[in-house]
Every structure is written in C-alpha cells, then in structure tokens.
Design a protein around this ligand. Structure first.
Ligand code: NDP
Length: 284
C-alpha cells in the first residue's frame, strides 16, 4: 500500500507558486471574509492566510459580526469587487442563517471567485472549459496525478454529491483531459457497496467517520478520503482527533494507494486556493 502524502504534494505546489510569484515579480491579493465566531471557520481562514504569506500572496481577513445583515455583507462584497488591489475573494462557509449562501456566492465577481462556487464558474466547469475550479476537487485531481496515477478510462466512484466536492469533482473528471468514467452516489443510492466495489478510484466525501469499510472497496484500488470528522479521544489534550470517512485500518492492506486523514486532501485544498488566486491575478 502506498500512502499518498498530501502534505508533501501541497508543499511542492506552494514551492512552485512561490517561485512563479518571485520570477514574475507579481503581488496577488486574497481577501477572506469571516462571519461570526465559528472556531473551525476561524482555523480554516487562518490556515489559508498562513499559506498565502508563505508564498508571497498578500492576504486580508475581514471579520464581520455574526449578526450582520445580508444587505451589509453584500455591500462589503460589492466594495471588494471594485477594489483593484483584491484579486481573489472568498467567504468562509457556513454563514449565519439570516444570510443566503447562494446570494453571497452570486454577488462575488466571477473573475475574483477563487473558490469557484459562482454559477458562472460552475457552468464553465460543466461545459468542459474550467476557469476557477473549487479547491477540493482540483486538489484531489492533483493528488492522484502527482502520485503517478491517471484517470483515463478509469471508473471513479464518488460518494457524496455536494456542490463543493462531489458534483464539481464529477464534472472535472469528465473533462477531456481526465477522461474518467464517473459514478456519483448519495444517501438514496441503492446497493451502495456493490457500486463502490466497482471503483478503480473511490472518493469518499460523506462526512461520516469510518463509513467506508473493507467490504466496500475493490482490491488494488485507489482510495481518496475527503472526510474530516471529529471523534472523541481521551488520550489527546484536545479530547478529540480527526478521522476520515474511510475506515483506514480496515482497507489499507487491500488498496494500491490511500490518502490519510489528516494529511491527505486537506492541505491540497489550501494549496489549490493559492493556485486559483495567482490565476485570478493574471486574468484581471
Ligand atoms: P455534505 O454534507 O454537503 O454532503 C455529504 C454527502 O454525503 C451528501 O451528498 C449525502 O447524500 C452523502 N451521504 C450522507 N450519508 C450517506 C450514506 N449513508 N450513503 C451514501 N451517501 C451519503 O458534505 P461535504 O461534501 O461538504 O463534505 C463531506 C466531508 O468532506 C465532510 O466530512 C467535510 O468535513 C469534508 N470536507 C473536507 C474538505 C477538505 O479539504 N479535506 C473540504 C470539504 C469538505 P445526500 O445528498 O443524499 O444527503
């Protein structure tokens, strides 16, 4: 079994980004909006900022009150759309319930939409002409390719159909530079085990700790675990640890390659956001 090292591959991508930014003497800027006090969101945004600093991308975090109205948030986005110094805009999700995520996503200038969630960018992706691709699917593709595997003619089974992982990943791998055969499963899929067992490459994006067991995985397949789940662990100072959607110990001896959690898809998601920000700078 080969362990796919997302930390190492993400570090390589950051090196490439740093070299490109230095060589071209450019100064892209990413602005992140953080609404409310969700501790996980604060950690994600801080990690993104740290990664920006490391490669020479300017970054700014705009912190907004949990109680902010939708109108006021849209006004902040409007100002950033017009701000010549800001190349990429992200709004950390989830948002408080008084705010429509869709309205916020649609308010971002599609040329600054480095998360790739705007319907225009989703449309480009579905049309097979990707512009900004959401970071997690793009990170998954890079992980597999840079580990020496390909997608051409492979059966990729994705469990999970969210707008941020499952659906854009399916569209990305159907593009003609990937040429995978893609099956997308969800909570209404019948005979799930039989479908996942057909996968040459199995992607788990479910949000349920250890959901994918040995009986769901084909011998010699590649398993990509997107899940990030907290489970109680009294031996840790924090009282918990992070695990994926795959029962790692149960499947590890059966597969050709697998990503760990943490240290697999997670760091790639941040790295691809940097790639998108540099791309945004160049496109503007
Ligand atoms: P969502 O909750 O939006 O989607 C989960 C998907 O899993 C849904 O499509 C759901 O089906 C499906 N599902 C749930 N239960 C079952 C079941 N019993 N059988 C089959 N399918 C099922 O999650 P996200 O896509 O946002 O995230 C998935 C996981 O990935 C989470 O753990 C999240 O934390 C993690 N994540 C990690 C990232 C990273 O950078 N590593 C980035 C983004 C997410 P249905 O649609 O029918 O409800």
């Amino acid at each position: 079994m080969k362990l796919i090292d997302g930390n190492a591959i993400a570090a390589k991508i950051r090196d490439e980004m740093r070299a490109e930014i230095e060589k071209e003497g450019i100064k892209p800027k990413l602005t992140a909006m953080l609404v409310g006090n969700n501790p996980a969101s604060a950690v994600y945004v801080r990690n993104k900022q740290k990664a920006c600093e490391e490669v020479g991308i300017d970054s700014e975090i705009i912190k907004l009150e949990e109680s902010i109205s939708e109108r006021d948030l849209l006004e902040v986005i409007r100002r950033l759309n017009e701000d010549k110094k800001t190349n990429g805009i992200i709004v950390q999700l989830p948002l408080p319930e008084q705010i429509s995520e869709n309205k916020v996503i649609e308010a971002i200038d599609p040329l600054k939409d480095v998360d790739g969630f705007h319907p225009i960018n989703m449309g480009f992706l579905l049309a097979g002409e990707p512009r900004f691709v959401p970071s997690t699917p793009q990170g998954i593709k890079e992980l597999v390719l840079r580990s020496g595997y390909g997608f051409d003619g492979k059966h990729v089974v994705i469990v999970g159909r969210s707008n941020i992982v499952g659906k854009p990943l399916a569209a990305l791998l159907l593009c003609k530079d990937a040429n995978a055969t893609v099956t997308v499963c969800h909570s209404h899929t019948k005979y799930l085990n039989e479908v996942t067992k057909e996968a040459d490459i199995l992607v788990a994006a479910i949000g349920k700790a250890g959901f994918i067991g040995e009986e769901m995985v084909k011998d010699g397949s590649i398993v990509i675990d997107v899940g990030i789940n907290r489970i109680e662990d009294k031996t840790r100072k924090s009282g918990y640890r992070l695990v994926g959607d795959v029962d790692f110990d149960a499947v590890k001896d059966k597969v050709e390659a697998i990503t760990p959690v943490p240290g697999g898809v997670g760091p790639m998601t941040v790295a691809m956001l940097l790639v998108n920000t540099v791309k945004a700078y160049k496109m503007q």
